[in-house]
Design a protein around this ligand. Sequence first.
Ligand SMILES: Cc1ncc(COP(=O)(O)O)c(C=O)c1O
Length: 398
Amino acid sequence: MRLAKRIEKLPPYLFVEISRKIAEKRAKGGEVVSFGIGDPDFPTPSHIIERLRQAAKDPANHRYPETIGLPELRQAIAGWYKRRFGVSLDADKEVLPLIGAKEGIVHIALCFIDPGDIALVPDPAYPPYSMGTVLAGGRPYYMPLTEKNNFLPDLEAIPADVLKQARLLWINYPNNPTGAVANLSFFNRVVGLARQHDIAICHDAAYTEVSFDGYQPASFMQAEGAKEIGVEFHSLSKGYNMTGWRIGMVVGNAGIIDALGRVKSNLDSGIPQAIQYAAIEALTGPQNSIREQNAKYQRRRDLVVDKLNSIGVEARLPKAGLYVWAKVPSGYTSMDFTNDLLEQVGVVVTPGIGYGKNGEGYVRLSLTIADAGLVKGLSRLAEWRNRRAGIKKKGHLT
Ligand SMILES: Cc1ncc(COP(=O)(O)O)c(C=O)c1O
């Protein structure tokens, strides 16, 4: 048996490796507090579950769904975009439900990337942008996201020959893992670049519903001309705590939506209809749970950032998203620091290097940790600092 070469190019998914380490620690009797994966600890709101329960009982929903989703779901998505961002969408041509945003994010590469083509991908970034490119036989060109640029890519720094071979440009704000946000003027500049070089834009907006201090993240679709050159991926995972149900959407340019719909109709058989009805309820029903849980995330954000800074781990307050991006103390790589926290005090963080070369020097802490774990995790971070101070005193660490 010989596996295809493309499989060799795929690294193991970062979180699989982290889960393995946690399991190892637990097997040795260690208790672990995880700031690792960004999976909301709050349950899906009860009115959404109730709709799912009703829909699951209806035999009409036991049959194969359509790949393009129920018309009512596409309309609910278009209505939500109108209310939430003031963006008008044609529910039949400019909206496509997905089996979670990740599914569409990986598959869209098949619409643009022929072997050898380039996709412009931020670094650090959510890994599926580059993995989709690799699976399609393409090459990611990494655009560094640095603190100096507020974790926005420097569009002017992309070489002309790279722009010529690029078919696709990925952006993601509010950003995973850096917690950075982008405003409309940045999105307008991205549209300008796409027009000039005939590159399609894919914006991943999975975190727009998690925001703090009254900040309202923008949609890329609000930029002038965005629909001519791009699409936006969105998800019900983070705002409505529906990671386990697997539902998201892509909206925007009708030609791109049609191309992805064609790929998908050959790959999958749609989203279970009961889950589609739950999504309709999420998008059209009461929205107060989002405000309430954002207040809870904000409190966690403040506690985590305060604690990190107090133990000498520099962290900025993110305006949106589920993550705190913190600088590792000097003398450590992000992997060393991650391993040290796990081994010394049983705290799991994600090493920045897992998101790309420019993630080195940082770790990511997720705010999706319930209060009891949070309190324990924070006190263990303090314990780590005390142990380190003790080691330093004894002269083992410089
Ligand atoms: C930036 C980003 N986009 C998309 C997703 C996945 O969304 P979904 O659960 O809808 O597949 C994640 C999940 O962590 C993410 O961080």
